[in-house]
Write a protein that binds this ligand. Structure first.
Ligand SMILES: Cc1cc2nc3c(=O)[nH]c(=O)nc-3n(C[C@H](O)[C@H](O)[C@H](O)COP(=O)(O)OP(=O)(O)OC[C@H]3O[C@@H](n4cnc5c(N)ncnc54)[C@H](O)[C@@H]3O)c2cc1C
Length: 497
């Protein structure tokens, strides 16, 4: 199949890039391919909201810039931080233009939330389901746009290169028919999201298996700060480690306390900002508390808050806790830190371009320089929409001649594959996740990092020996990708010690 623009991933980054491109040049043919059967993405689960200075009487760009720099341990690129923060009002207007509804106060101003690390209320939200609101509204726009074709249930396997060594599309596997096909395009945009599934506890859904990043690594993409992985302090704790859900930071912004198993607050012993400290500080404090007391989880306490307000403002969290047999107004909510967001990734410039010719990377997969060592809460949806626009503007300048006038049909191709059983492969995944979980719990000295690295390299070697051809199964392909990316994360951590 040939198209003008190929986008891999249908979260906010992929869909916003497609919509901007279609608005700027309606004659462009854009194909978005997503591996999820329906609409699975990190975007859909964003709870807190999107940060932006929309009320200049009480807030300023300078304060948002400073909060971002501070949360990122001053390792962010200030120019990029300024660019993103100052573009926020426009990005938010674009989301509204595409149908996204944010919550308002009675008097018609935005109802602005507060989250850890922000010195002002500046989080626009749609109750506690902002990501779902954004996802649903953009998805509707994408479905209605004649220039954009959305193909679900197909996974990208490898980036393709032409004779000039430029990226020219990708190879896919149709997960329903188990057949392979190529899509060729003069520009390819990787928007395939995060890596959370590499870790034992994560807030990310099952699609976050680092595929895009692994493909880019194999194609020779330059990486940046791969070990900058952000952990969220409050994933709902399940002893079984089965799929869990996040308890938004906004609940702490609303006044919930973190308490230990004796129902005692402890955050003020670690930082004067207590529960509203940036995420890495809260995670560090929880780990110290757990280690010290040899316990598996701490709790969030909402019992002192107004019960009606809590349930009204956090209906998703209240409902999910109820499903677990807990009333958020009466019971303590068990929580544990979990891998949440990848601040590092494919190194890109201010237009989202990677070092590989004709390959862009937008959204969580990219390292733009915005987040530094630690992302300020609610800055990632903002980053995705801002860079989607920057990339779209750059691409339409580059592509003067439109080659394909309409979408051609998908043509399936033959590839030799072996069919493997997935069962044994799952053991490799469990071993990998347990090694990587150590990355947050052990102190990051060189010798413990090298031990983790050795384990991962040996898992990788064994995996490759046992499963030499991995394209025959989604699960095998994902595990192979996660092993590769895990190795890069640990290497990067070792180089930073
Ligand atoms: C629980 C949770 C809460 C969050 N809350 C907030 C918040 O309040 N505010 C905020 O700013 N950020 C929040 N974040 C982070 C934010 O949601 C993400 O960083 C952002 O949505 C990433 O968007 P994206 O488009 O880059 O990736 P995603 O939304 O993850 O989309 C990735 C897409 O790529 C597809 N894909 C993956 N692999 C392949 C493949 N091999 N082939 C084809 N397609 C593939 C997936 O199916 C998906 O469609 C939260 C994240 C989580 C998990």
């Amino acid at each position: 199949m040939k198209t003008d623009i190929l986008i891999i991933g249908s979260g906010l980054a992929g869909m916003a890039t497609a919509l901007y491109l279609a608005e700027l040049r309606p004659e462009l043919q854009i194909v978005i391919v997503s591996k999820a059967k329906k609409d699975e993405s990190n975007t859909k689960y964003a709870q807190g909201g999107i940060a932006g200075v929309v009320e200049t009487k009480i807030d300023s760009f300078e304060q948002h810039i400073e909060d971002t720099m501070k949360a990122g341990h001053y390792l962010s690129n200030r120019e990029i931080v300024e660019l993103v923060v100052k573009s926020a009002p426009d990005g938010i207007k674009d989301l509204e233009r595409w149908g996204v509804n944010f919550d308002y106060e009675k008097e018609g101003t935005y109802e602005l939330g507060l989250e850890g690390g922000h010195s002002k209320h500046r989080i626009l939200h749609h109750k506690d389901s902002t990501g779902k609101e954004i996802y649903d509204k953009l998805n509707k726009q994408v479905q209605q746009n004649a220039s954009i074709q959305l193909i679900n249930n197909c996974t990208a396997l490898e980036l393709n290169k032409n004779q000039q060594n430029q990226i020219e599309g990708a190879l896919f596997l149709d997960l329903e028919s188990n057949q392979f096909f190529n899509i060729s395009a003069p520009r390819t945009i990787l928007a395939s999201g995060g890596i959370g599934r590499i870790f034992g506890h994560t807030s990310n859904p099952e699609v976050a298996t680092a595929d895009g990043l692994a493909m880019a690594i194999r194609a020779g993409a330059e990486l940046s700060n791969m070990h900058f992985v952000q952990f969220h302090p409050t994933l709902f704790y399940k002893a079984s480690k089965e799929k869990s859900f996040l308890i938004s930071e906004a609940l702490r912004g609303f006044g919930a306390y973190l308490v230990n198993q004796d129902a005692k607050r402890f955050m003020q012993n670690y930082d004067e900002r207590a529960e509203l400290s940036p995420r890495d500080i809260v995670c560090g404090a929880i780990f110290k508390e757990l280690e010290h007391r040899n316990e598996s989880n701490v709790f969030l306490d909402c019992r002192h808050l107004n019960p009606t307000d809590t349930k009204n403002k956090f209906p998703f969290i209240a409902k999910k806790c109820e499903e677990e047999g807990l009333n958020i107004n009466k019971d303590l909510i068990p929580v544990v830190p979990a891998a949440h967001y990848h601040c590092g990734g494919i190194a890109v410039n201010q237009y989202g371009q990677s070092n590989l010719e004709n390959l862009y990377a937008i959204g969580e997969i990219a390292e733009t320089g915005l987040h530094g060592k630690n992302r300020l809460a609610s800055n990632s949806l903002l980053e995705a929409v801002v860079f989607a626009k920057k990339a779209a503007l750059k691409i339409i300048k580059e592509i003067q001649v439109i080659e394909s006038k309409k979408h051609s049909e998908i043509e399936f191709i033959e590839l030799s594959t072996k069919v493997h059983s997935n069962i044994k492969a799952e053991e490799y995944l469990a071993a990998l996740q347990s090694e990587m979980q150590k990355l947050i719990t052990v102190s990051r000295d060189k010798s413990s990092l090298c031990q983790i690295q050795n384990q991962i390299v040996s898992l990788q070697e064994n995996f490759e020996n046992n499963f030499p051809i991995t394209t025959s199964s989604l699960k095998l392909m994902e595990i192979s990708n996660m092993l590769l990316v895990a190795e890069k994360i640990v290497n990067s951590a070792i180089n930073d010690v």
